[in-house]
Design a protein around this ligand. Structure first.
Ligand code: SF4
Ligand code: SF4
Length: 447
């Protein structure tokens, strides 16, 4: 059977992309000779189509979990506008007791040993604010240092010298959050329950981490900070942040929807920030990798090498990883922790296997971009993945719908293709990103 390649306008002066939407195969062809170029690529591609389809199928449906997001507390000292966790829990919820955390990690260790023997799974402590339960978190990291590759995603307000020394000495990856280049902007979405600014505290935490190899900063892009995204990139580069994420706000809960930017604004600011990061790299020789964009590039260049799992369908929630809530419940992803119908049972009284097979998990892992409109007809659907199921369910009323930023995702993929067309992709990627990858198809000089 001959696969039909679809042309995609990527906004490039010279090139268009042609892609087989079903397999995520693509090539760039000269726009002035599109029909001829497409015919040549189609002829060369045919005997590879089945192998590409098989590879994508394995990536989309054949993975076993290799990581867990751990919520060691329901509490947070901040009241961020867009948080996906219910405010009552964040302000007055409970910590997971140390003995429960230890028992949970022991059970998780045994589970991962059964599905990925000989490899260390990733275990990321994160939201609410994990360092609110710092004693338990640090004791758990000590107790299971040989069993997990640990990370901590923190708002940075409790990251004092002692915490930095403890975490860096154990090679724990550390993620911070900062939403603005100045306090006035950051305070628009991230502040304490009493309304106090944490901007200066986070900058101070960033100073402590300068030179450490494994840290990053997330900026959540909202209507409050979008016009400052380029300044954020400058601030991160100046402070030698190795990796950042410029994430669209997840519109799962109503508070987030109140600060949702338009797709057009999001795309314009994001592209400007990417351009600025590239200019800074060319000026200084030092990269600030924007990880969520780098992941899109990798999804195009080497699909199985991607590191983040929001832009593949089904997404990583409930299949590449899962989340443990502070009350012991298992969820496909932390984004679902405020939504009880997606709870897959309790870790300690149940099992990971039972959770993965539960109705709530199956709804997430069964959300297939090939099976609902308009994504099923989208030519870039396997570079986009139609995130996010939690957002689609809560914001748009059903899993089988797109989430919040369809037009932005299209523009992001077009930009990624332009970067590839200009031969600049490596400038946006981690050093050594392609170690272990192999070239499965190469067709040069399409006239
Ligand atoms: S798309 Fe949503 S549910 Fe899936 S991994 Fe990303 S945040 Fe989690
Ligand atoms: S969300 Fe939009 S860009 Fe993404 S797969 Fe669906 S239609 Fe395509």
């Amino acid at each position: 059977m001959t696969s039909a390649l679809v042309a995609v306008d990527i906004g490039h002066d010279r090139y268009a992309a042609v892609t087989d939407p079903a397999t995520a195969f693509w090539a760039l062809v000269d726009k002035s000779r599109l029909a001829e170029g497409r015919a040549q690529v189609t002829a060369a591609y045919q005997d590879k189509a089945a192998a590409f389809a098989h590879e994508l199928q394995a990536l989309r449906f054949g993975l076993k979990p290799s990581g867990v997001y751990l919520n060691p507390t329901e509490r947070c000292n901040l009241d961020c506008t867009y948080c996906y966790l219910p405010a009552t829990k964040r302000s007055g919820g409970s910590h997971m007791p140390l003995h429960t955390l230890i028992a949970s990690l022991a059970k998780l260790r045994d589970y991962f040993a059964s599905v990925m023997p000989g490899r260390r799974p990733r275990a990321i402590f994160h939201g609410a604010e994990p360092l609110m339960n710092r004693q338990a978190v640090f004791a758990a990291i000590e107790a299971f240092a040989d069993d997990f590759a640990f990370g901590v995603q923190t708002n940075g307000t409790a990251l004092d010298d002692e915490a930095v020394t403890f975490l860096t000495a154990r090679s724990v990856s550390i993620g911070l959050s900062l939403d603005g280049p100045t306090a006035a902007i950051t305070d628009g979405t991230r502040r304490t329950w009493g309304g106090k600014s944490v901007h200066a505290t986070v900058l101070s935490a960033m100073d402590k981490l300068r030179g450490y190899g494994s840290w990053s900063v997330i900026t959540t892009c909202t209507s409050e900070n979008l016009s400052h995204l380029t300044s954020m990139v400058e601030l991160f580069h100046e402070r030698e942040v190795p990796t950042c994420m410029l994430n669209t706000v997840r519109c799962t809960l109503p508070g987030a929807r109140g600060v949702k930017p338009t797709d057009v604004d999001m795309a314009g600011a994001f592209v400007a920030a990417l351009d600025r990061s590239h200019a800074l790299y060319r000026e200084s020789g030092r990269k600030l990798v924007i990880a969520n964009f780098a992941n899109i590039l990798i999804a195009i260049l080497a699909p199985t090498a991607r590191r983040l799992m929001c832009d593949i369908s089904p997404c990583g929630g409930g299949r590449a990883f899962f989340a443990l809530a502070a009350d012991g419940g298992l969820y496909p992803c932390s984004e679902f922790i405020g939504l009880p119908e997606f709870r897959g049972g309790d870790l300690l009284t149940g099992s990971v296997e039972a959770a993965l097979d539960s109705p709530g998990f199956r709804r997430v892992t069964g959300r297939d971009v090939d099976r609902f409109a308009p994504c099923d007809a989208c030519e870039i659907r396997h570079f986009c993945g139609s995130p996010c199921p939690a957002e689609a369910h809560e914001m748009n009323g059903a899993m089988e719908r797109p989430g919040a930023f369809c037009d932005f995702y299209r523009k992001q993929v077009a930009y990624a293709f332009r970067v590839i067309a200009d031969g600049k992709a490596d400038d946006y990627l981690w050093e050594g990103w392609d170690v272990g990858t192999e070239t499965t198809f190469e067709l040069c000089s399409v006239p």
